[in-house]
Design a protein around this ligand. Structure first.
Ligand code: NAP
Length: 281
């Protein structure tokens, strides 16, 4: 079984991006810039944002964090986003989720200029992705996609089962694999027989949020299994896939932690650079 080393793959991607930033600087005499807005003081969000800034700086991007207190008014954040939309030194804007309850997430997402939407959540990018046009692609599914392609470059005709239909993970994952000519089944909490669906799959992507939901006897021999889940349990952090059981049948499997997670941030950097490149055309 191939243990997919997300840390290693993310480091390789960051190395490529670093070279790309050097070339872009030589060509345009400027570097892509990422601005992250952080509202409130939730510890996981602060850690994510710090990691994003560190990685951005490592690959040579201009990186900025704008912090607001928990009780900031929605209109102040929207005004700031509008200002960033017109700021030429800002290639990508990300508002760290989750947001405080009094702020409308969708309004914030839609305030971001789609050409600077490095999370790929703006309806324009969602629509472009599902129509097969160029768009920003949500970072976690993009990371999963790159890991799958490393294992199996030709995905045409493969049967993929996506477990979970969130806008963040399951739906964009479906679009990416459809574009690769996979036959995709998207499953969710009302799916009647998840085991039978999974047993058909050449590729499974699990993004559910239930510890070790996907079992060893749900896996066809040779299946590629990507585990997006991050679940805190008494035994520590575990994924949505029962790792030990599944590793007996899978051809390749991502661990948790150290699988999809590191790719997510690397893909954010990739999206920032791609937004910059598109803005220079
Ligand atoms: P989410 O928005 O809560 O969506 C969960 C999805 O799972 C829903 O579509 C839900 O179905 C489905 N589901 C729930 N119970 C199910 C069941 N018994 N069988 C099949 N499907 C079921 O979750 P998310 O934001 O996509 O996140 C999923 C997991 O990924 C979480 O553990 C999260 O922490 C992790 N995550 C990891 C990364 C990373 O970088 N590695 C990034 C983001 C998220 P319904 O639609 O019917 O409710």
């Amino acid at each position: 079984m191939i243990l997919i080393d997300g840390k290693k793959e993310a480091a390789l991607l960051r190395e490529e991006l670093k070279k790309e930033v050097i070339n872009l600087k030589a060509k345009y005499n400027k570097v892509p810039g990422l601005t992250v807005i952080l509202i409130g003081d939730l510890t996981p969000s602060q850690i994510y944002v710090r990691n994003k800034e560190k990685s951005a700086k490592e690959v040579g991007l201009k990186s900025e964090i704008i912090k607001y207190p928990e009780n900031i008014e929605e209109k102040v954040v929207i005004e700031k986003i509008k200002e960033l939309n017109t700021n030429e030194t800002v290639s990508g804007i990300l508002v760290q989720l989750p947001l405080p309850k009094h702020i409308d997430k969708q309004k914030i997402i839609e305030a971001i200029d789609p050409s600077k939407d490095v999370d790929g959540f703006h309806p324009m990018n969602v629509g472009n992705l599902s129509s097969g046009y160029e768009s920003s692609i949500p970072c976690t599914p993009l990371g999963c996609y790159l890991l799958i392609k490393k294992i199996e470059p030709n995905l045409s005709g493969k049967k993929a089962v996506i477990v979970g239909r969130s806008n963040l993970n399951g739906k964009p994952m479906t679009q990416l694999l459809l574009k690769e000519n996979c036959t995709v089944t998207i499953t969710h909490s009302r799916t009647k027989d998840l085991k039978t669906e999974c047993l058909e799959a050449d590729i499974i992507v699990a993004a559910v949020g239930i510890p070790e939901l996907v079992k060893g006897d749900w896996i066809k021999k040779g299946c590629i299994v990507i585990d997006v889940g991050i679940n805190k349990t008494d035994q520590g952090i575990v994924g949505d896939v029962a790792f030990d059981e599944v590793s007996k049948n899978a051809k390749a499997l991502t661990p948790v932690p150290g699988g999809v997670g590191p790719m997510t941030i690397a893909c954010l950097l990739k999206n920032t650079i791609d937004c910059f490149k598109r803005s220079q055309i």
